[in-house]
Design a protein around this ligand. Structure first.
Ligand code: NAD
Length: 512
C-alpha cells in the first residue's frame, strides 16, 4: 500500500503520513456512494441547503485553524489562502443556499401550437454519483465547491483530493458534520492510480480540475463508458493593456494577477500585452511594484511559496530556457536562495515563441511582457495561444472593450479587472481549447451536475394523434399545409390558419 508523505513546503518538515486507499477501500467507498446516491436523490433541495449551511457554519467557526492548515500544506501566504480558498468557498456555498432551489425546481416550458393542449416540463434530476478529482493549488475551495454544487443538485459525491495536499483531517471533519453529509460525501485519498480505479467503477459524472496532461488521460478512460466529464484545465492567460487604460490600477492588477497564490492560479496572468505607446512607462512601474512585493507566509506577506518541488523545477527550467534563448529578466529570475520554495517576483521581456515560457503554463510568480501596436494584432496574438481560460482587458473605451471581448477566444473576460469573473459565483466558470470545457459555478454549473428530463403531458382522451396511422394522401397534403403554416410569421394569421388545418386534421382523425 502506498504511503502519502505530507510535508510543509517551506520547512520540509513532515506534517503527517497516511496510507493511500487500498483497492478494497476504493471499492467499498464506491459501493457506499452508489447506495447513498439513492438516498440523497430522495432528499429535498431545502434539506440539502440546510446541510450546506452547516458546512458554512463549520468554515466560519474554524476559519483561523483552516487557514493555518492551508498555509501549512500549500506554502501559500495567509491572505491568498483566505481570498482563494476560504472566502471563495464560503461565498459559493452561500450562493447555493440562496439560489439552488430557484435553479433546480421543475421548469415549465412552452409547447408549440402544433401540439395544442399538451404541457411541457423539464425536471432537473440528480445524475447519481459524481466523482470530483481536484488539484493541489486550492486544496479546499476547488474540491469542496465542486462537491457542494454536485450535492446541492442531489448527487452523492466522491472527492479525490490531490495527494500533494490531502488536507486529510479537514476532509474527515467535513464529512462528519452530519449524518446526511457522512452519507452523501465520501473522501478517498490517493494519487492518480486511485483516481483511475474510481473511474473504472463508472461514476455518473466526473468533475475534474487539474492539468491538461491528466485531463486527456481521464477522457481516454471515461470515453468507452460514455461518462460525462467537466474539464477545468491549465491556462496561459493574458492581460491586454490599451493606451487609455487607468495606468495605476492596471499596474497593481498586473502585479496581483500574477503573484496571487505565488502564480499558482489557473487564471494567473502569465502573458502581459502592453500597447507600444505606454509600454516603457508601464514596464518601469510594474518592475518597481514587483520588487516591492514582500515574500513570506504571514498576514503581511504578499507572495508565498511554491507548493510542490516539481512545480518549482518547472519554473527553474522555463526561466533557464528563456535566458538561454535571449529573454531579458527585468527583475527577479531566481529562487530567494538555493533550494528555497520562494521565488522572487519575476518580469521577463523579449520572449519569443520558441521559448517554453511563451507556450507552456508556468504556474509561478513569473510574468512575460510583450509590446503590441494595434487591436487586430493583439487579438490575433491572444488567440494564437492553445489555451483560453480568463483574460484581463484594460481600456476606458467601452465600444472597444465590447468589440475585443467578443473577439477573444477565452472562457472569461475581466474588463478593467483581473481574475474576477471567478469571484462572482453567479457567472459560469470554465475555459476553451486546451483550458477545457464544461462549466462550474453559476446556474450553468449547477445544472451541469444534473441530467434534464424532458416531460410532455397530454390530456387528450379517446383520440389518435393526427401523425399516427393510418396514413393517406389526404393526410400527407394536410401535413404539407401545416408545415407551410409553421414557418409563417407569428401572430393571428398563423393562429387562424393553424386552426383551419387543425380542424381538417381533426376531421381526418375522426374518419380514420
Ligand atoms: P494534476 O493533473 O497533476 O492532478 C490533478 C488531480 O488528478 C490530482 O488529484 C491527481 O491525483 C489526479 N490524477 C493524476 N493522474 C490521474 C489519472 N491518470 N487519472 C485520474 N486522475 C489523476 O494537476 P495538479 O498539478 O494537481 O494541478 C495543477 C493544474 O491544475 C494546473 O495545470 C492548473 O492550471 C490546473 N487548474 C485548473 C483550474 C481550472 O479551473 N481550470 C483550477 C485550478 C488548477
Amino acid at each position: 500500500m502506498d504511503v502519502i508523505n505530507v510535508s510543509n513546503p517551506v520547512t520540509s518538515a513532515c506534517l503527517y503520513k497516511m496510507p493511500s486507499a487500498s483497492e478494497q477501500e476504493i471499492t467499498s467507498a464506491f459501493v457506499h456512494a452508489r447506495q447513498a446516491a439513492e438516498k440523497v436523490r430522495q432528499t429535498s433541495i431545502k434539506e440539502r441547503q440546510a446541510e450546506i449551511r452547516r458546512l458554512i457554519d463549520y468554515l466560519m467557526a474554524n476559519r483561523e485553524r483552516l487557514l493555518d492548515r492551508i498555509v501549512e500544506e500549500t506554502g501559500r501566504c495567509r491572505t491568498d489562502a483566505m481570498i482563494s480558498d476560504l472566502f471563495q468557498l464560503v461565498e459559493d456555498c452561500q450562493w447555493l443556499v440562496d439560489n439552488a432551489h430557484k435553479i433546480l425546481g421543475d421548469q415549465k416550458v412552452s409547447t408549440p401550437i402544433t401540439l395544442l393542449g399538451k404541457k411541457s416540463r423539464i425536471y432537473h434530476e440528480a445524475r447519481g454519483v459524481v466523482l470530483v478529482i481536484s488539484p493541489w493549488n486550492l486544496p479546499l475551495a476547488i474540491a469542496m465547491t465542486a462537491a457542494m454544487f454536485a450535492f446541492a443538485a442531489g448527487n452523492a459525491v466522491i472527492i479525490k483530493p490531490s495527494e500533494q495536499t490531502p488536507m486529510a483531517d479537514v476532509f474527515k471533519e467535513i464529512v462528519s458534520l452530519s449524518p446526511l453529509l457522512s452519507e452523501a460525501l465520501t473522501v478517498v485519498q490517493g494519487g492518480g492510480e486511485t483516481a483511475q480505479q474510481l473511474i473504472a467503477l463508472r461514476p455518473d459524472m466526473i468533475a475534474f480540475t487539474g492539468s491538461g496532461r491528466t485531463g486527456k488521460k481521464i477522457l481516454t478512460q471515461a470515453a468507452p463508458m460514455v461518462i460525462p466529464v467537466v474539464m477545468e484545465l491549465g491556462a496561459k492567460d493574458a492581460m491586454i493593456v490599451f493606451d487609455d487604460a487607468d495606468m495605476d490600477r492596471a499596474v497593481a492588477a498586473a502585479t496581483w494577477g500574477n503573484m496571487h497564490n505565488s502564480g499558482q492560479s489557473c487564471t494567473a496572468t502569465e502573458r502581459l500585452f502592453v500597447n507600444d505607446s505606454i509600454y516603457d512607462t508601464f514596464v518601469e512601474r510594474l518592475k518597481k511594484e514587483l520588487e516591492a512585493s514582500t515574500l513570506g507566509l504571514d498576514g503581511n506577506a504578499d507572495v508565498g511559496a511554491i507548493t510542490t518541488d516539481f512545480q518549482a523545477d518547472i519554473i527553474d527550467r522555463q526561466l533557464a530556457d528563456a535566458k538561454e534563448k535571449g529573454a531579458r529578466i527585468l527583475c527577479g529570475g531566481q529562487r530567494l536562495e538555493s533550494g528555497s520554495r520562494f521565488f522572487q517576483p519575476t518580469l521577463v521581456a523579449d520572449v519569443t515563441d520558441d521559448m517554453l515560457i511563451a507556450r507552456e503554463e508556468t504556474f509561478g510568480p513569473v510574468v512575460s511582457v510583450y509590446r503590441f501596436t494595434s487591436e487586430e494584432e493583439v487579438i490575433a496574438r491572444h488567440n494564437a495561444c492553445d489555451f483560453g481560460l480568463s483574460t484581463s482587458l484594460w481600456t476606458q473605451d467601452t465600444m472597444r472593450a465590447d468589440r475585443v471581448t467578443r473577439a477573444l477566444e477565452t472562457g472569461c473576460v475581466n474588463v478593467n479587472n483581473v481574475m474576477l469573473t471567478e469571484g462572482n459565483v453567479h457567472l459560469p466558470f470554465g475555459g476553451v481549447k486546451y483550458s477545457g470545457y464544461g462549466r462550474m459555478k453559476g446556474a450553468e454549473g449547477l445544472l451541469g451536475m444534473t441530467r434534464s428530463k424532458a416531460v410532455l403531458i397530454d390530456p387528450t382522451r379517446g383520440k389518435r394523434e393526427p401523425n399516427w396511422y393510418p396514413y393517406s394522401k389526404e393526410k400527407l397534403a394536410l401535413m404539407d399545409r401545416l408545415l407551410a403554416t409553421v414557418v409563417r410569421p407569428a401572430g393571428l394569421r398563423k393562429l387562424v390558419s393553424l386552426a383551419g388545418v387543425g380542424l381538417a386534421i381533426e376531421k381526418l382523425v375522426r374518419r380514420k
